[in-house]
Ligand binder design. Structure first.
Ligand SMILES: Cc1ncc(COP(=O)(O)O)c(C=O)c1O
Length: 458
């Protein structure tokens, strides 16, 4: 078998397609999306993974047997792991804990070592992901700290690949580019290239609400950072490599709007992007619709949505986060995660087997199920401990009916009960059953209550 020194997959990085947005109202403008999701590692960060490793090899900071260390929201890690592992390096990554499970699983599957750290602390805190990575890089022998936030190979990758590709693909006819800022490598690289070839080009910033970038680019003032759920873009400080000189507009986009636009893009155009793609699309559409003259505008599908299937594209998660619009009642029905009236209750029938109940719990990732006769009438509740108790004579009891193991003496709470009554019910170790004369509305677990309280945090 041939063992080329340079893995062939690396040739697939870059040269991503540019596609016209055809099913959204773009005002007088034409909007194109560059599908960075088509890179072999699934994101725009493959480009810098390759560039930073190549540069470090060239200048001797990375030698055979060495270790690549990085702080990353996931995609840079995937790019570094793709290139680094293919070239035989150890890859150690520090990832904040808000990142999607899919990214972490993907990193581990590629053979990277993943350290999860807190996402609720800022620069200077010992648990801040970049500080943890810097520390690890000092401790590990022969470590190369990729440090995308300060590494000149990061913006250079975009100056030398992303930007000239856009220039060629638009036939040298482009008026504005809409970008997000993570490390600012994309923004800075594009700005450098276009200030040479098309100095009138306008950079438009798409920033999550809570990030300090948009306000800083508008007024030069550094606000207090908040939090946001979109991954990969938005910052709580101004990256040292950020060149904001061509930024003429900045839009702050809410998580709701970002996630909604990512979902719309899939439904309308069949393009499966990540959460930040929703931010960029929302900002790009706002910019396009505000124009009075036709403009040619480019933005990005920064990464593939397959790594957000458990989040952006999962209605239950969206609900738990309060990111899907639901009918509000102003009573306990607002706390129910899976409302019967919305058709979201996962249930079993009394004649189903315990095996069915167990498998349904695993699939829905819940610990109890309501038992509904004819899919309508609440006759009991079954939880994991009921199933386990039913197993006393061995695994063959999985064939017993749900009716034989469920709890049928049900304490219910009406939707109008108070939060204190709900809390008392949960404190007794029970799941709260919300029902009244009109029927069963849904269950409330401790997690549902916690999600409800978290949603009320501003
Ligand atoms: C998921 C994701 N990663 C990275 C980037 C670009 O980040 P950087 O500023 O680090 O080049 C974007 C930009 O929109 C993004 O959406």
């Amino acid at each position: 078998m041939p063992n080329d020194s340079r893995p062939a997959v690396l040739e697939l990085i870059g040269n991503t397609p540019l596609v016209r947005v055809s099913r959204f109202d773009t005002g007088p403008c034409t909007l194109f999306l560059k599908l960075e999701s088509q890179n072999p590692g699934g994101s725009i960060k493959d480009r810098i993974g390759l560039a930073m490793i190549d540069a470090a090899e060239r200048d001797g900071r990375l030698r055979p047997g060495g270790t690549i260390v990085e702080a990353t929201a996931g995609n840079t890690g995937l790019g570094l792991a793709l290139v680094g592992r293919a070239k035989g390096y150890r890859v150690v990554l520090v990832v904040p804990d808000k990142m999607s499970t899919e990214k972490v699983l993907h990193l581990k599957a590629m053979g990277a070592e993943v350290h999860i750290t807190r996402s609720d602390v800022g620069k200077g805190h010992p648990d801040y992901y970049q500080d943890v990575a810097a520390r690890l890089a000092q401790e590990i022998p022969d470590a190369f700290f990729a440090d995308q936030f300060n590494n000149p190979a990061n913006p250079l990758a975009h100056e030398c690949s992303t930007a000239p590709e856009i220039w060629a693909q638009t036939q040298h006819d482009v008026d504005a580019i809409v970008v997000g800022v993570g490390s600012a490598g994309t923004l800075t690289g594009l700005t450098r290239f276009f200030s040479r070839v098309q100095p009138n080009l306008v950079m438009v910033l798409a920033d999550p609400i809570g990030s300090v970038m948009a306000e800083y680019s508008r007024s030069g003032t550094l606000g207090t950072p908040g939090s946001w759920a979109v991954e990969g873009i938005g910052e709580d400080f101004i990256p040292s490599i950020a060149d904001l000189s061509s930024v003429r507009h900045a839009y702050s986009i809410s998580d709701e709007e970002s996630f909604d636009h990512a979902r719309q893009l899939l439904r309308a155009e069949g393009i499966l992007g990540g959460s930040s793609t929703g931010t960029l699309l929302a900002a790009a559409l706002r910019y396009c619709r505000e124009q009075t003259e036709p403009k040619r505008v480019v933005s990005f599908v920064c990464d593939t949505g397959t790594r957000y299937l458990s989040k952006v594209y999962n209605d239950q998660w969206m609900n738990d986060q309060g990111l899907l619009a639901r009918k509000p009642y102003g009573d306990l029905r607002d706390v129910i995660a899976r409302r019967f009236e919305d058709g979201r209750v996962v249930s079993v029938g009394p004649d189903d087997t315990l095996l069915t109940a167990f498998q349904r719990m695993r699939l829905a990732d819940v610990s109890q199920l309501p038992v509904l006769a004819d899919g309508q009438k609440l006759v009991g509740v079954i939880d994991e401990s009921d199933i386990l108790l039913g197993m006393q004579e061995g695994a063959s009891n999985f064939r017993l009916t749900v009716a034989s193991a469920m709890t049928d003496k049900l304490q219910t709470l009406p939707p109008g009960a108070s939060l204190a009554e709900l809390r008392a019910e949960l404190d007794r170790g029970l799941v709260a059953i919300i029902a009244d004369a009109s029927g069963f509305h849904g269950l409330i677990t401790r997690v549902d209550m916690l999600n409800h309280l978290r949603r009320s945090l501003t």
